[in-house]
Write a protein that binds this ligand. Structure first.
Ligand code: GSH
Length: 309
């Protein structure tokens, strides 16, 4: 562990990328990105040992927001606007599986970073994850919504997505299924399990049932298939997995779903997935949210967006 940690980040400071190698030079950890084109001097690492070769977030106290290249050179790679939650993990998994260079831009959703005008210009729904791709002709491409991001990156790289028309449509179906069904139901269930003050048996049961129904959908889908799209692990698996990972903390058992359990375990074993779930874990709250955080996260109406210029 190098001196200085991500916990010290102030608003707008950058967690610089890295899918690359760390070597310590004069007491400073230097990271080289996967293309070997860029070196980043950094003041601290997120508890990764020197020589760690997976994607790694590192602090750069005092550096400008990650939309700006500190060296003034044209930006390259992908800015990953992220906070360590199941929705953030989806894209983290894909980036780690792809092994492409990215810069980690933390969006502290408890502090309200998602309402900053710079972030809203990337993600108008004030939600992370989002990405900005600088490796394109012309203006950088920004993408919000995890399903759209997964599709964009899979298309861009030609990986983790079937090449044929039928397979591509199926991948879209499962990306849309996740973001329109499993994700929102799991998110609301999590709200009633973890955050809602008082007892709300009707709402809790409604979302627990819907979450459980989604597990049943996955169980049926995995009959006769290793992965959601067949015999190839794909973005469909990556996007659905994080909310299944946390079934138990959500109070739902996987006992009735043996195929889902085996699928969950197989994905959990993948080194890229483990790196993704660890990404920015130092940011995670140790206890329940403060009153201030609760206001930011659970008490927003449209006027906050209309009044943010
Ligand atoms: N449908 C979105 C959901 C993203 C989402 O809900 N992100 C949450 C964190 S898990 C967020 O950014 N919350 C900020 C807020 O509630 O203000 C996706 O799949 O990308």
């Amino acid at each position: 562990m190098y001196p200085g940690t991500a916990a010290n980040l102030a608003p707008g400071e950058v967690l610089s990328l890295v899918a690359g190698n760390c070597r310590k030079v004069f007491g400073v950890c230097r990271f080289q990105d996967a293309t070997g084109l860029r070196l980043h001097d950094i003041a601290g690492a997120l508890g990764r040992p020197s020589g760690y070769t997976g994607g790694t977030g590192v602090t750069q106290p005092g550096t400008p927001p990650c939309e700006t290249n500190p060296n003034g050179n044209p930006m390259s790679g992908i800015d990953f606007h992220y906070w360590p939650t199941p929705n953030g993990w989806k894209v983290a998994i894909l980036l780690e599986e792809l092994g492409i260079a990215y810069r980690l831009c933390p969006v502290n959703i408890g502090r309200g970073d998602q309402f900053r005008p710079e972030f809203l210009s990337i993600s108008p729904n004030n939600r992370m994850p989002a990405i900005v791709d600088h490796d394109v002709e012309g203006e950088p491409v920004s993408v919000f919504e995890s399903g759209a991001i997964m599709f964009y990156l899979a298309e861009k790289t030609g990986r983790f997505i079937p090449g044929d028309a039928r397979g591509r449509v199926e991948s879209l179906e499962w990306l849309f299924w996740q973001t329109g069904n499993q994700g929102p139901m799991a998110g609301q269930l999590s709200h009633f399990v973890n955050y809602a003050p008082g007892d709300h048996p009707y709402s809790h049961q409604r979302y627990a049932n819907e979450y459980d129904r989604c597990l049943g959908v996955l169980e049926r889908r995995l009959e006769g298939r290793t992965w959601l799209l067949g015999e190839e692990y794909s973005v469909a698996d990556m996007i659905a997995w994080p909310w299944v990972l946390i079934a138990r903390p959500l109070g739902v058992s996987l006992d009735a779903y043996p195929r889902v359990s085996a699928w969950r375990a197989a994905i959990k074993d993948r080194p890229a997935v483990q790196r993704a779930v660890d990404l920015g874990k130092e940011f995670r709250r140790a206890g329940p949210p403060s009153e201030e955080e609760r206001k930011v996260l659970f008490n927003q109406t449209g006027d906050r967006l209309v009044s943010t210029s």
